[in-house]
Design a protein around this ligand. Structure first.
Ligand code: ADP
Length: 816
């Protein structure tokens, strides 16, 4: 027993000694000490231990409970677990960092370490340890961690915000991302209005933000508010405790705000707005945080600037499109407005001259001829000016076709022979035999040749005018055809030759010059030829005459390989698999092979590969306009000859031209044109009754006279579309119809559409007349006999398919 006591005494002595040593060392290191007798639950806290937390030696007398009470609620569980784990032997050591409350209410970071004394069974009976204050290190660590987090957040926000060009998206992303990533109470973005007087709230987080936006919250740009001051000075403002700083205005929607900061949005020296952030903790905004937020704000400002520039450029593009549309509209209207009255002047003077209205005296004849000639002259002028404005507006469109230049030459020469009948001039032609066809707009080429020939006739007093047509250069493999017009006129000096093709330039522009003219002709010719891919130039010497040359590319026809096996390939462009299925079901038994294509952007490429016999084309496809596809097919020399059958639902005016119209004329309509057009239809003489539909009473009367005068036709006149349709649908339809396209009330397109829907009326030939120029596309559609437009909604399946069949038959006769 005595031995036991001595033993215990000894070990206690040892412990005391080691404790003293430890205490000495600990106090030296400025640490506080504790010593806990587990058995009776008594704790000793050293004076330093207490002072570290702001307490006097006589305070904190409740032992273990005191310690537990001071622990930060968030750290409590962790501390107790660590202690229990060590005491139970689960953990090897006890060493934790926890927050304890200082007497002043602030939190202190404490490193708490300790060791236990255990009995023979390993049960802890006593434990002692130390407290070190690590607050400073912890705060430094924490600020580094937050800083890294912020930098990551800032670069992420920058990336996300700059990835859009939509201003509202930028605003919304900015406030939401800042609020969320930085864990603020509230964030908003203000933009300075154009006047510079107010900063308007553009986006704001949460319900408070929604309410403020609804109220169109804005702040004047001045010293009186935080945001106002930032937008005024362009410098960040931080209020870390709103209770002691009056620049923060209490906002009942955000009652918990304890700190507020606003960061300027700057582009160069300009302040365009501010980002405002609010926190529920006082002192929330450190310098570090503000500098990171400024980085974010700078990126947001750049994004806003980009988006605004983009918006402006978009607006400019829209405006340009609108101007473009107005230009086309203006040209179309002008040509209509100018030609309509001329139609009456030219038409009626001609009617009277020809004595249709009764006999005229020679004097009247002379006067009327003067009116007629002036009208023709005016028409020429108007056409030139309209052509030139079309060219300048980029609106000149060509209707390319396979053209035989020999035919054009012959018809031009016969028209022009009248020009020289009063002069000692001989018109000659030299045409190479077996010339291939060219790729051209026949009407425009005619216009060029007439222009060159009338110039030659105008400036030549005697001698020859020679028209030569041949390959360029002779016998070479170049795919070009050359037309040359040579005269024996005055010639043009080298110097004058340079300005010849400029608009409005005349070699002799003195007021005393002999010949009239506008100086527009040659510049229009040059544009037309250039648009054909050809060239125009002049060879001339003063005193020896002039030669004008132009070239045109030859028409190359693809060999039709696919018909070899007796099977004709149809390329079907449609996004609807059901429609494709329908075509297959119907066309395959007829010997056609249907190749579907659902991606219209590949139309030209596939058409080149497959070289189909015909193409069916849907107009309304998602994302792409069938007219563009048609344009591409018709614009490529390798695919332009393939007949295209348009099958679609469209609301555009163009549809009329596919509805079976067989010819078209542009006003003013001359007698010859009209009768020729009818004659073309009337090869078998079966047409007698012709219905004329026009809403202009003068035009109506004129056409009526022209037809009646011809003697072969009986004209019925219908003023306006409604009346016309009544006659057509009366059960006694006419043999042919002459139809004005652009009428109010019921226009020509509607009539064509209605006729198309009725099997009895569908095949009545229609000649379309119009005061407006038709676009190249429209002309093409009229010219291409293989084309026809179907309206999906209103046609039954069999009608759709028989209509295609008819189109194909036409295409076949054309190809053979
Ligand atoms: P215009 O309508 O005035 O004839 P053009 O553009 O056709 O306009 O011609 C411009 C000018 O070029 C003419 O005014 C004339 O001076 C000159 N010119 C054109 N063709 C000939 C020609 N065959 N011989 C001499 N001069 C010509």
């Amino acid at each position: 027993m005595a031995r036991d006591i001595t033993e215990r005494k000894k070990s206690e002595e040892e412990l005391r000694k080691s404790q003293e040593q430890y205490a000495l060392a600990a106090e030296g290191a400025n640490d506080g000490l504790w010593d806990w007798n587990i058995a009776n639950n008594e704790i000793y806290y050293s004076p330093r231990w207490k002072s570290m937390l702001g307490y006097e030696v006589h305070e904190l007398t409740k032992g273990f409970e005191d310690w537990e009470n001071l622990i930060h609620p968030d750290d409590h569980e962790r501390a107790i677990t660590a202690l229990n784990d060590y005491l139970s032997g689960k953990a090897e050591s006890y060493d934790v960092e926890i927050r304890l409350r200082h007497k002043d209410g602030m939190w202190r970071w404490i490193r708490d370490r300790g060791k236990a004394l255990r009995d023979a069974n390993g049960v802890a009976i006593r434990m002692a340890g130390s407290h070190s204050d690590v607050t400073e290190r912890k705060v430094a660590e924490e600020s580094i961690r937050r800083r890294n987090e912020y930098l990551a957040a800032s670069s992420e926000i920058g990336k996300i915000v700059t990835s859009t060009l939509d201003l509202n998206t930028i605003f919304a992303r900015t406030v939401n991302l800042i609020n969320e990533r930085f864990s603020f109470y509230h964030a908003s973005i203000f933009i300075v209005e154009e006047t510079g007087f107010n900063a308007l709230l553009r986006e704001s987080t949460g319900a408070a933000g929604a309410e403020m936006k609804r109220n169109k919250h804005s702040l004047p740009v001045n010293e009186k508010s935080i945001v106002g001051k930032v937008t005024l000075d362009g410098k960040a403002v931080v209020v870390n405790d709103v209770r002691v700083d009056s620049s923060h205005k209490y906002n009942p929607l955000l009652p918990d705000t304890l700190a507020e900061a606003a960061i300027p949005l700057r582009i160069g020296n300009r302040v365009i707005g501010a980002i405002d952030v609010q926190s529920k903790s006082a002192g929330a905004f450190s310098d570090d945080e503000i500098s990171v937020l400024q980085t974010v704000a700078d990126q947001v400002a750049v994004a806003i600037d980009n988006a605004r520039s983009f918006e402006l450029s978009q607006q400019a593009v829209m405006e340009m499109r609108e101007i473009d549309r107005l230009k086309s509209q203006f040209l179309a209207n002008m040509s209509h407005e100018l030609r309509t009255p001329l139609n009456s002047i030219i038409g009626f003077s001609r009617v009277i001259i020809k004595g249709i209205d009764g006999p005229v005296t020679e004097l009247q004849q002379q006067d009327l001829t003067a009116i007629y000639n002036s009208g023709q002259h005016l028409l020429g002028l108007i056409n030139d000016i309209l052509d030139l404005s079309k060219i300048e507006a980029g609106k000149m469109e060509l209707a390319f076709d396979e053209v035989n230049i020999v035919d054009i030459t012959a018809s031009v020469l016969s028209t022009m022979s009248g020009l020289i009948k009063d002069k000692p001039i001989q018109m000659k032609r030299v045409i190479e035999p077996n010339l291939p066809t060219v790729r051209a707009d026949a009407i425009r080429i005619r216009q060029v040749m007439i222009n060159l020939l009338s110039n030659a006739a105008k400036f030549t007093d005697e001698g020859d005018i020679l028209v030569e047509v041949g390959l360029q250069p002779q016998g070479s493999t170049r795919h070009e055809l050359r037309v040359s017009v040579t005269d024996t006129g005055p010639g043009i000096s080298k110097q004058d030759q340079t300005k010849l093709f400029q608009p409005l330039s005349q070699v002799d522009d003195s007021p005393t010059r002999k010949t009239g003219g506008t100086g527009l002709g040659l510049s229009i010719c040059q544009h037309i030829i250039n648009m054909h891919g050809g060239r125009i130039w002049i060879d001339s010497e003063v005193g020896r005459g002039s030669t004008f040359h132009f070239t045109l590319p030859l028409y190359r026809k693809e060999k039709d390989d696919d018909t070899a096996g007796g099977q004709k390939t149809i390329l079907t462009i449609d996004d609807d698999p059901q429609v494709i299925g329908l075509y297959e079901r119907y066309l395959q038994p007829q010997g056609y092979q249907v190749i579907p294509l659902s991606d219209p952007s590949l139309a030209v490429e596939r058409a080149k590969q497959i070289k189909p016999f015909a193409i069916t084309l849907d107009i309304m496809m998602p994302g792409i306009d069938g007219w563009q596809v048609l344009d591409k097919l018709k614009g490529d020399p390798d695919t332009r000859h393939i007949p295209v059958i348009v099958c679609s639902i469209i609301e555009e005016l163009e549809k009329g031209f596919n509805l079976g119209a067989t010819d078209y004329l542009v006003k003013p309509i001359l007698e010859d044109d009209l009768v020729n057009a009818l004659d073309r239809l009337n090869s078998d003489g079966s047409i007698r009754e012709v219905l004329v539909i026009d809403d202009d009473p003068d035009d109506l009367r004129l056409i009526g006279k022209l037809l009646t005068n011809d003697g072969r036709y009986k004209a019925t006149l219908a003023e306006g579309g409604r009346m016309g349709w009544d006659i057509i649908s009366s059960g006694n339809p006419p043999h042919a119809i002459i139809l004005d396209l652009f009428m109010e009330e019921m226009d020509g397109f509607r009539i064509l559409e209605n006729m198309q829907a009725n099997p009895k009326l569908r095949d009545i030939p229609v000649i379309v007349v119009s005061g407006m120029d038709l676009s190249a596309e429209q002309k093409n559609q009229l010219n291409e006999s293989g084309q026809r437009l179907l309206t999906k909604g209103s046609f039954s399946e069999t009608e759709l398919l028989t209509s295609i069949q008819r189109s194909l038959e036409k295409a076949q006769t054309k190809n053979v």
